[in-house]
Design a protein around this ligand. Sequence first.
Ligand SMILES: [Zn+2]
Length: 201
Amino acid sequence: MLQRQYACIACDALVDIQSLKPGQVAKCPRCQHVILTRKYNPINSTIALCLSGLILYLPAVFYPLMSLQVLSVESSASLYSGIHALWQSELYIVACLVFIFCALTPLVKLIAALLVSVGVKYQQTHHNWYRRLLVYYIRADSWEMLEVFLIGILVSIFKLRDMATLHYDLGLLCFCLLMLCVVSLKVTMDKQLIWDHVDAR
Ligand SMILES: [Zn+2]
């Protein structure tokens, strides 16, 4: 049975842990901190979340998030049109940052997580690119900031609600669902299980 040594992040103790079965939890013998949890069916759940996120991605980015009506003039904005407006206003760095953290990184994360999970499911983790793909996912995981963009939307709704009539569009629903899919990946994806598959090859 595969046995690995893990460091407890609470007390720095090194603990030998054997392969866990689904639902099992490994705790530190010194401080009882949970070191490792083996989730139920994490690969299929991750694939389902990635596919849902990829289906939602295009409407979340290109569909209008909300419409603003002042007197008889109505305008709508999507994530894409927001980035385009920032670029047109010569705020090039801000436009690039929003594009990278709110549009590009979530897409990279979803595709990388999908390919990694499919690789484990069909026992294709021996390829050279597989380990690199997993590292890409871990890096993208730290830089994805859809939640920050959503907070920006909520702040603008709060500020504009007395000045204009707001209509919420389909893009906002897709964006919120996309964010839920991407955030849920952090909980669902069992990176340790995937590393075990990579190292076993
Ligand atoms: Zn400990």
